[in-house]
Design a protein around this ligand. Structure first.
Ligand SMILES: Nc1ncnc2c1ncn2[C@@H]1O[C@H](COP(=O)(O)OP(=O)(O)OP(=O)(O)O)[C@@H](O)[C@H]1O
Ligand SMILES: [Mg+2]
Length: 305
């Protein structure tokens, strides 16, 4: 089982409109509302693949109930921890004319020390049965800055590897606990190291924190610095579509590769194909499975020992 932890879970609202105009009244063509936050997206992708995924995180209020209902409707297994605050909403405005996405993210409700401790207990209890624990996204206001250190250590104490996909202080702090894998994008990798060359930056992070580094480089693909070598894989083509959530699909492929004990080379090939399949879908958490299956065995992976 793959346990995904989303401390700052959300209800994701996607508005599709012809063209987003700032300072004007915009009419929406279509609205989609679903549970989100990066760990939820990862679990949704895993469920499409038929993998066993379980979602945990913090939820509260009417929006939290709506998120739980949607998870139930989607058949995504969850064991969430209640909080007094109201779960946040995120709004994505997809402009059809240029394909641009404008994103408005609420910060999320403040959580208390007690609520954070409850989440830690939940993760400790669920991690026992997990092959890997995926820690995704931002930490909510009120959570300790070393929140991901605590969660990585809870998993490690039970011999379970953790994959960390976050940004800013939560990522920089969390690395101190030496997760097994980290998945920064290029911006996150540069912010971490001050180094713009992804290969140099990935090596720096691996040497400093002892973790496998899967650096996602947008449409340029993936660079992975691992104990099996350094791998570079490009997407089958540059896909025009919605790149939001492509990183989550990449994480889903890597996590399922860990659960299946596959080799890094194959994990990376599958991750590139699956994240391109995610770009083809307008909603984060969806993947074009036919596209994934058609391409996953035909990805060229460059290897540096
Ligand atoms: N236009 C594209 N065409 C094909 N593949 C893409 C494209 N954009 C991204 N990808 C694939 O998706 C992977 C993840 O993308 P990216 O680096 O943008 O992740 P991210 O910034 O973490 O995304 P998010 O956090 O929104 O999920 C890339 O490594 C690449 O393999
Ligand atoms: Mg990302």
């Amino acid at each position: 089982m793959i346990l995904t932890v989303t401390p700052n879970l959300a209800m994701d609202i996607t508005y599709r409109l012809d063209e987003l105009k700032v300072g004007a009244t915009n009419r929406v063509r279509r609205v989609d509302a679903r549970a989100g936050g990066k760990g939820v997206n990862v679990a949704r992708v895993l469920r499409s693949l038929g993998a066993d995924a379980l979602v945990t995180g913090l939820v509260g209020g009417a929006t939290g109930r709506a998120a739980v209902d949607e998870l139930d409707r989607a058949g995504i297994a969850h064991q969430l921890t209640p909080i007094a605050g109201e779960t946040r909403k995120t709004v994505t405005c997809m402009s059809e004319v240029d394909g641009d996405a404008t994103i408005i993210n609420e910060p999320g409700p403040a959580v208390t020390e007690r609520e954070w401790d409850d989440l830690c207990t939940r993760v400790r209890d669920l991690a026992v049965a997990a092959d890997i624990v995926v820690l995704s996204g931002s930490l909510p206001p009120g959570a300790p800055v070393d929140g991901y250190v605590q969660l990585v250590e809870l998993a490690a104490a039970q011999g379970i590897p953790a994959l960390l996909d976050s940004s800013g202080g939560a990522l920089a702090e969390g690395l101190a606990a030496r997760p097994a894998i980290v998945k920064p994008n290029l911006t996150e990798l540069t912010a971490l190291t001050g180094e713009s060359d992804p290969a140099v930056a990935a090596r720096t992070v691996r040497q400093r924190f002892g973790c496998a580094v899967v650096a996602s480089l947008g449409s340029a693909g993936l660079l992975a610095d691992t104990d099996e070598g350094v791998f570079l894989a490009r997407p089958p083509e540059v896909v025009r579509g919605n790149p939001i959530g492509a990183g989550d699909a990449c994480v889903a492929a890597v996590a399922s590769g860990i659960a299946e004990h596959s080799l890094w080379r194959q994990r990376i090939a599958h991750a590139v194909a699956l994240s391109a399949a995610a770009v083809r879908c307008p909603l984060a958490g969806d993947v074009d499975l036919d596209y994934y299956r058609a391409h996953r065995e035909h990805i060229t992976v460059e290897v540096t020992p």
